[in-house]
Write a protein that binds this ligand. Sequence first.
Ligand SMILES: [Mg+2]
Length: 260
Amino acid sequence: MPHLLNVWPRVSRQVAAADHVLLLLDYDGTLSPIAGRPDLAVLPARTGDALSAVHALDRFTLGIVSGRGLADVREMVGIPGLVYAGNHGLEIEGPDGTFTHTEARRLRPYLNLLLQALRDRISGMEGVYVEGKGLTFSVHFRLTPEKLRPEVVAGFDEILASVANDGKVRITAGKEILEVRPNVDWHKGRAISRIAKAFPPGTLPIYFGDDLTDEDGFEAVHDLNGISVFVGPARQPTKAQYRVDSPAEVAETLELLAKL
Ligand SMILES: [Mg+2]
């Protein structure tokens, strides 16, 4: 898979030729380096400046598609007027108003009960942070010493085993993170398709992401003849067309886009 900056002349021509560009990016590990705790994953100043520069161009619509809660990711990015999708797209703000997935909203009280049980079971363990995000929740254990991590996972499995067969929740694993989401037919890809529908034909969608849940986003932009960029090492398997090494290179790419 080519490195994006090695094929930049070709890709930049494709971007320049589009009537409009819908540029969507994941947050953690894509715009911001992954941190031990989610509140520490602040947006680098250079990246914020580059996002603002792209956002200022009429030809671009900029959006963030994150596993964080909507209000949280909006606050972390801090740029008004972007499209924001939180909880893997279960809640979306703009371009055509706000959207909350109906079935996810209905399952929220049920997820809250699970969240409480999980907190009681594992939130006292070293380095564990159980994060309620409204429609979903996450267990972060990047700060847990490696030898204790199996205990965290065992505690998680114990609580979740009781509901494993009722079909109401879906569990996904990411980078030292476990997530519990309502088991609804929705993901970042569906959210991206929904956002893209608000734009006229001739709009070029682009998506940058670094984790497993971003693969749905890559597929969605492929269906729309868009461009997908994986953020991370070349050895990692991904469906994306291109790759950059790091969030720092995402910032570099944003700076190049702002100059087009
Ligand atoms: Mg990410």
